[in-house]
Ligand binder design. Structure first.
Ligand SMILES: *Cc1c(COP(=O)(O)O)cnc(C)c1O
Length: 428
């Protein structure tokens, strides 16, 4: 599949049926797998042969879909997880342990921020957050002797900052650590971070990849390029024998291309069990089959809505990297030449009251705590996710009371704009 372009991979990569086999990916709805001899099964446990024995670790349906995502991102291996949160946790914990340190962009998804700043800290993994706009020198200065990972988001949810991936990858590699990037918002259709030097890519497949608001899910992709053995002192989990797995040294046995995902599957998935169900993997694959058709439409709608909003007198400010007025316009032209995503945020001049009136009058855009699916939805943080904060606190957090996030779906843009226009008119 490697010679085909991205749209062809979205449709066909990962699963190639043999003569007489099902055309669509079969859902292997089985927790376990049968063997003729104990020796046969023993080889699987020793990772001497590849195959399936228990769906908590691996399932063929999931593997077909993971292989498609690996092909889309240009990685060497991939795995699915039960959610995006599970993907980021597992990918980080696969290389960091108690006593280690992470450098992360401060502009990331709230759940990931909590994971790194609070939950991982309880496990003895400390962190330093840096501005996504920091210079190479500032980024370098955040590294410590025990730093094992640099983390960022291609387009951050919800701040919509665009990361200078090449710069982040360069500094990570200068310090001998991998660069991990959450590529949920652009998807590999609009950006492939591995081509810019990223080592590990994560996804909340809950968003555009599924694209229909149907299934929670996550994915981890390894570029297969980071040389763990060259930094063996830093990564004992990959470079010394795993006593919990028959003394296997992952980086030695599976090389650069296979070590990361094999360890994450056979050790962390075994112990944490945050597997995606094969049913969900099947539904995720239906979404992936049209990802290359849907993303340009999300971008078209996002761009049209952002341009419309920017011209309205009730609107104070629009945040969308496809607008020339945006701080990240040039960065986006480099990393997202076909556009980023369909999520736009904007501030109403009338603050909280205007936001409430506006949202109440929308007919097509539904009020939801979700983004990135086929149906347009929107959220006013001041009256929902951040309602415990007063106007002053919101301002300090960079979330003005009149801020609205709109995730443009796949409807026709003329109807979306007409809906926004009639709701804006209702504001006194
Ligand atoms: C939603 C999201 C997550 C978390 O994913 P879930 O599937 O909800 O667990 C992580 N990162 C980003 C960028 C997200 O948008």
């Amino acid at each position: 599949m490697n010679n085909y372009s991205i749209g062809t991979k979205a449709v066909q990569a990962g699963y190639t049926p043999n003569n007489g086999e099902p055309r669509q990916i079969p859902i292997i709805q089985s927790t376990t797998f049968k063997y003729d001899t104990s020796e046969d099964m023993g080889k699987l446990f020793d990772l001497e042969a590849s195959g399936y024995f228990y769906s908590r670790l691996q399932n063929p349906t999931n593997d077909y879909v993971a292989a498609k995502i690996a092909a889309l991102e240009g990685g060497s291996a991939a795995m699915l997880t039960s959610s995006g949160q599970a993907a980021n946790f597992m990918a980080i914990f696969n290389i960091c342990e108690c006593g280690d340190h992470i450098v992360a962009s401060s502009s990331i998804y709230g759940g990931t921020f909590n994971l790194i700043a609070v939950t991982l800290a309880k496990m003895g993994i400390t962190s330093t957050f840096v501005s996504p706009d920091c210079t190479e020198e500032e980024l370098s200065a955040a590294f410590q002797d025990n730093t094992k990972l640099l983390f960022g988001e291609t387009i951050a949810n919800p701040a919509l900052t665009v990361l200078d991936i090449e710069k982040f990858a360069k500094v990570a590699h200068k310090h001998g650590v991998p660069f991990m990037v959450d590529n949920t918002f652009p998807t590999p259709i609009n950006c492939r971070p591995i081509e810019w030097g990223a080592d590990i890519v994560t996804h909340s497949t809950t968003k555009y990849m599924d694209g229909h608001g149907a299934c929670l899910g996550g994915a981890i992709v390894d570029a297969g390029k980071f040389d763990w053995m060259a930094h063996a002192d830093k990564y004992p989990g990959l470079c010394t024998p795993d006593d919990s797995y028959h003394g296997i040294t992952y980086a030695e046995k599976f090389g650069k291309e296979g070590a990361f995902i094999t360890k994450c599957t056979s050790q962390l998935m075994r112990d944490f069990g945050c597997m995606q169900s094969p049913q969900h993997a099947f539904i995720l694959n239906l979404g992936l089959e049209s990802l290359h058709v849907r993303m340009p439409k999300h971008v078209e709608n996002g761009q049209a809505v952002a341009e419309f909003l920017e011209a309205q007198p009730q609107v104070a400010f629009v945040n969308y990297s496809g607008l020339p007025s945006n701080k990240y316009y040039e960065t986006a032209k480099k990393y997202l030449p076909n556009g980023g995503c369909g999520v736009v945020s904007f501030e109403l001049k009338g603050g909280r009251a205007a936001a409430e009136t506006f949202m109440k009058n929308l007919k097509l855009a539904a009020i939801e705590t979700h983004v990135a699916d086929a149906r347009t939805c929107c959220l006013n943080p001041a009256t929902s996710t951040h309602r415990q904060m007063n106007d002053e606190q919101l301002k300090e957090a960079g979330i003005p009371a009149g801020l609205i996030r709109i995730s443009c779906g796949l409807e026709d843009k003329e109807d979306l704009i007409a809906d926004l226009a009639q709701a804006l008119e209702k504001i006194q």
